[in-house]
Write a protein that binds this ligand. Structure first.
Ligand SMILES: CC(C)(COP(=O)(O)OP(=O)(O)OC[C@H]1O[C@@H](n2cnc3c(N)ncnc32)[C@H](O)[C@@H]1OP(=O)(O)O)[C@@H](O)C(=O)NCCC(=O)NCCSC(=O)C[C@H](O)C(=O)O
Ligand SMILES: [Mg+2]
Length: 285
């Protein structure tokens, strides 16, 4: 987990203009919601969406879910007003699209004050500036925008996402170096559960905290993929117990299932158990 210390397995986009979806989301098992004013809202609906969203957020009912508002870029006719409105609505964080560098976050902070910021990582320039973006004092999270990135890079879609790997890797390294959350991009074919599960597994293996989603039908798959498995929890408990025994016997290394266990493995094991507890706490709230 990032320094946010909360599960972010499933991060669901909801178009800010869709009142029915905003209502439905109050019951959905998403760890976080991105209330979208950008690409999911048509230009003619931008200002209506802002009002519809403000009403939904002020009414509340989203429980423990992290509430992130994605605004339009500050170089658009809507960005500045979106940013002011997001703070008024009580968003937990404001998500800026197409961040190219830390100065973009500075410009947003000039409007939103000390509200936490999240950055869409979706331009080639942004990939090369990932470290300074993650290091921004108000940056709490990064979201991969794999559709925009693929567009700007002129890649073809591949199930293994090979053309995107450099960008995904740079963004991951930056997020981990600075302790900010990092969420994988969306899987567009929202009825293809098998394809989504494969991409979630890949993202989990790479170290993402969770996956951004576009439809409620994707929630269960992402929540499962980014939760510790029973085997991982069992192994973590056994590693901690074996290591404690080794230390008590004056040794620094234990062996579990034929593999060495040192202090760094125990740190990972403790994180696995902490994540499991955090998920349990979230689902009982
Ligand atoms: C993809 C959709 C347009 C499909 O919508 P629809 O045809 O209405 O789906 P269903 O009929 O299957 O919906 C069933 C019920 O679920 C609700 N619903 C649907 N989507 C959502 C949602 N995202 N959140 C909450 N609830 C949702 C419907 O209201 C139905 O409810 P009920 O009436 O009770 O039966 C649609 O899912 C959609 O618009 N999804 C979001 C698209 C989006 O946000 N896109 C922008 C983000 S992706 C992006 O920008 C990536 C990034 O920037 C990049 O570059 O990669
Ligand atoms: Mg995008």
């Amino acid at each position: 987990m990032s320094t946010l210390h909360r599960p972010l397995r499933s991060v669901l986009y909801i178009p800010g203009s869709r009142a029915r979806a905003l209502e439905k989301a109050r019951q959905l098992l998403a760890d976080a919601i991105i209330f979208d004013l950008e690409d999911a809202v048509a230009p003619d609906e931008k200002s209506t969406a802002r009002s519809v969203l403000a009403e939904a957020l002020v009414t509340g009912g989203y429980g423990a879910r992290l509430k992130i508002v994605r605004i339009n870029g500050l170089d658009t006719p809507w960005g500045r007003e979106d940013a002011l409105a997001a703070v008024q609505m009580g968003a937990d964080a404001v998500l800026l699209p197409k961040v190219d560098g830390a100065n973009d976050l500075d410009a947003l902070a000039g409007i939103t004050g000390d509200t936490p910021l999240w950055a869409m990582m979706e331009t080639p320039t942004g990939m090369l500036a990932a470290a300074e973006i993650a290091a921004h004092p108000l940056c709490q999270g990064m979201v991969m925008g794999t559709n925009d990135l693929a567009k700007d890079m002129g890649t073809r879609f591949r199930p293994d996402r090979l053309p995107l790997m450099a960008g995904l890797g740079l963004s991951l390294l930056a997020a981990k170096a600075h302790g900010v959350a990092i969420i994988d991009g969306v899987y567009n074919a929202f009825k293809d559960t098998e394809g989504l599960a494969a991409e979630c597994a890949q993202g989990r293996d790479m170290g993402f905290d969770g996956k951004t989603l576009i439809h409620p039908a994707q929630l269960e798959t992402a929540n499962a993929a980014f939760s510790p498995t029973e085997d991982e929890v069992d192994l973590a408990r056994r590693q901690i117990a074996a290591y404690d025994e080794a230390i008590a016997a004056g040794q620094a290394v234990a062996v579990v299932d034929g593999r060495i266990v040192e202090n760094l493995h125990v740190a990972t094991a403790r994180e696995t158990l902490a994540k499991m507890d955090a998920i349990a706490a979230l689902t009982t709230e």
